[in-house]
Design a protein around this ligand. Structure first.
Ligand code: ASP
Length: 310
């Protein structure tokens, strides 16, 4: 049995210290701890990396604290349009959905696209038709209602601007969630889920559901889940770039992840972070923002839950 490990994130960004109360911080830590434990348990029982990341992300989607599933931000039309992707590093199988509404756990739908359809990426109406065929039920709009997110949207709904989770002035936090894992067999997997950006329009899609940009997994190199300014992460093909630096340049996971987040994405104007794991269970979690909600646990008894730089 080789070393196994899992890392999760609940978004990167500028977490303005004054806005973070002790109670809030405790709830974030608890939510991260819960998702981490759920994912780790799957690995401990010799489950697959895919199941571990799927279960961890479901737990984060069910929390109203993060911008995914239940806590998704409002679009310009006052709705919720969610994106998610999942990838198996063992065989490069992948599934993604975008612009979906009413689905409690978008990551499950992405997994079903991967396992039960002939396709990789389904969007909008079509993705919902597929969900119907798979017998998903739709949640009422009230399930996704959150007072804070609603206020964030009301603040900017009559403007042309769109924002990442919390307003730039108050607290520019990206609340996307993600998980990466390496199982006992050395297989890696990545999962990412998001509500995107507050007040987004025109069917805007970020990096999160795009294989190679916000999410990628390959046993030869690593599994990656990103959070940050999606438009830049798409242009930088960030998740795949980390994998390429490992494969073509022979970098370690930590070197490759750091190079992409602390140099390459900054050079093109993007900010955010990522979590990554390689097939030996080594983890990297770089970010170039003030903080990133993150947690990790390895079978070698290494564990941590962090928000700010340490
Ligand atoms: N990357 C996400 C997006 O652009 C936002 C986030 O990370 O919170 O949709």
């Amino acid at each position: 049995m080789s070393k196994f490990s899992i890392a999760i994130h609940g978004g990167a960004g500028t977490l303005v210290k004054g806005m973070m109360t002790k109670e809030k911080e405790t709830s974030y830590r608890k939510a991260l701890q819960k998702a981490l434990q759920i994912g780790y348990k799957v690995l401990e029982q010799e489950g697959t990396a895919i199941d571990a990341v799927n279960q961890a992300v479901i737990s984060l989607e069910d929390s109203p604290l993060f911008n995914a599933g239940k806590g998704s931000v409002f679009t310009a039309d006052g709705t919720h349009e969610m994106d998610a992707a999942i990838m198996d590093g063992k065989n490069l199988n992948a599934g993604a959905v975008s612009l979906i509404t009413g689905i409690k756990n978008p990551i499950n739908l992405a997994k079903d696209v991967m396992e039960k359809s002939d396709h990789v990426f389904l969007a909008g109406e079509g993705a919902l038709r597929f969900a119907k065929e798979m017998n998903y039920s739709l949640e009422e709009k009230t399930y996704f209602f959150d007072e804070l997110r609603h206020q964030q949207w009301l603040d900017i709904r009559d403007t042309d601007s769109f924002q990442l989770d919390h307003s730039v002035k108050k607290d520019s936090k990206f609340g996307t969630v993600g998980a990466v894992a390496c199982d006992t067999k050395g297989n890696v997997a990545a999962a990412t889920s998001t509500g995107g950006m507050t007040n987004k329009r025109y069917g805007r899609v970020g990096d999160s559901p795009m294989i190679g940009s916000g999410n990628y997994a390959n046993n030869k190199t690593c599994a990656v889940s990103c959070t940050g300014s999606g438009e830049y992460f798409i242009r930088g093909v960030v998740a795949y770039d980390v994998s390429c630096l490992m494969e073509y340049k022979g970098m370690s996971i930590s070197e490759a992840a750091t190079e992409v987040i602390q140099k390459r994405i900054l050079e093109i104007g993007g900010d955010g972070g990522l979590i990554a794991v390689d097939a030996y269970g080594n983890i990297a979690m770089p970010f170039n923002t003030e903080g990133m909600y993150r947690a990790f646990k390895t079978s070698t008894k290494n564990e941590g839950i962090m928000i700010y730089k340490t």
